[in-house]
Design a protein around this ligand. Structure first.
Ligand code: NAD
Ligand code: TYD
Length: 339
């Protein structure tokens, strides 16, 4: 079995590479990644020592390059993680989101038709459903909740989902889609809420909480996302969408306060800043379908996962300090100076 993992130098993709190499020592795993600001080869340092793993630097929107790669490698399964993934950046500059997330997905699917694969799996997000109101805790996203996007990021992911389903219906491409809630864990780029707060609190810097901090996210430990995708690519039904989430809803303020308590830092570091435009209020997944069809259940509860994550960031300071000392610092200054 030869699996192409696109975006495997990013947060979830790299965790999935390690998950595959550990669980299936006989599989060949190829990572295709352009190494944008979010991709980091240092993350794959251990994988690169494994003879069943190959890294290829390239852009999923580069049709000739992608077709050549598919022709020479002959993949069985494609798992597409490659994307622009940060909502705030999509508000600043939507164009690259449309290019990578929609057109890149099209190129990968066209190559999968030309050089047939057993499965094309699209890694999507619960953000395609828009948001739920805070005063209706009984509501959850199910697979046929209408798509109702709020940000250029989520609109680009929803567009890609529609394109993927159209390739199933029209061309019989054997696709599956997963829509997961917010992930956290090792190798999470420190522009996202949890690693941003851990890395800043460790340096006693202020913690920028958008609005009142009452927005709710449904947090899933990244390894549980990996195990769900593993089940879907091996046992999921083609043409189907699977929601992934583990009923771990927290307000942003609860998350930040948990991190502060874990690190023994004062809540006075919290600094309320101007809200994100179009900020989604609540995400919450109903995972009944993947549980009943594929027997998936998350293993890590938020209170345990956040401890593991804080420990990982304490033990891997050089990984995130290298990022913070680089080009990322300019982004932070630009994004937060006037808030
Ligand atoms: P990330 O930003 O950490 O990583 C994205 C990776 O894609 C990077 O390594 C980057 O270099 C690569 N990439 C970007 N553009 C590329 C291109 N044109 N060609 C090749 N590689 C390119 O993102 P992540 O958080 O790991 O998310 C991975 C996927 O999972 C995304 O599709 C995202 O929409 C989805 N997702 C993320 C979450 C979450 O909480 N992070 C939740 C649900 C779904
Ligand atoms: P983020 O990690 O960007 O994920 P997403 O927007 O895809 O859910 O943000 C998670 C939540 O944290 C979201 O409600 C926005 C909020 N947030 C802050 O309050 N401060 C910050 O500096 C960041 C990056 C996010």
């Amino acid at each position: 079995m030869k699996i192409l993992v696109t975006g495997g130098a990013g947060f979830i993709g790299s965790n999935f590479v390690y998950y595959l190499l550990k669980k299936y020592p006989e599989y060949k795993v190829v990572c295709l990644d352009m190494l944008t600001y979010a991709g980091n080869l240092e993350t794959l340092e251990d994988a690169l020592k494994n003879e069943n793993f190959t890294f290829v630097k390239g852009d999923i929107t580069d049709r000739d390059f992608v077709f050549d790669l598919f022709s020479s490698e002959g993949f069985d399964v494609i798992v597409n993680f490659a994307a622009e993934s940060h909502v705030d950046r999509s508000i600043e500059d939507p164009g690259v989101f449309l290019k990578t997330n929609i057109l890149g997905t099209q190129v990968l699917m066209d190559a999968s038709r030309e050089y047939p694969v057993k499965r094309f799996h699209q890694v999507s997000t619960d953000e395609v459903y828009g948001d739920l109101p805070l005063d209706r805790p009984e509501l959850f996203f199910v697979e046929d909740t209408p798509l109702h996007t709020s940000s250029p990021y989520s609109a680009s992911k929803a567009s890609a989902d529609l394109l993927v389903l159209s390739y199933f219906r029209t061309f019989k491409l054997p696709v599956t889609i997963s829509r997961c809630s917010n992930n956290y864990g090792p190798y999470h780029f420190p522009e996202k809420l949890i690693p941003l707060m851990i890395s800043r609190a460790l340096k006693d810097e202020s913690l920028p909480v958008y609005g009142k901090g009452e927005n709710v996210r449904d947090w899933l430990y990244v390894e549980d996302h990996c195990s769900a995708i593993d089940l879907i690519i091996h046992k999921g039904r083609v043409g189907e969408v699977y929601n992934i989430g583990g009923h771990n809803e927290r307000t942003n303020l609860q998350v930040v306060k948990t991190i502060l308590a874990e690190l023994g830092k004062p809540e006075s570091l919290i600094h309320y800043v101007t809200d994100r435009p179009g900020h989604d209020m609540r995400y919450a997944i109903d995972p009944t379908k993947i549980k009943e069809e594929l027997g998936w259940e998350p293993e890590t509860k938020f209170d345990d996962g956040i401890k593991l994550t804080v420990k990982w960031y304490l033990e891997h300071k050089s990984w995130w300090e290298n990022i913070l000392n680089g080009e990322y610092q300019n982004y932070f200054d630009k994004m937060y100076q006037d808030r």
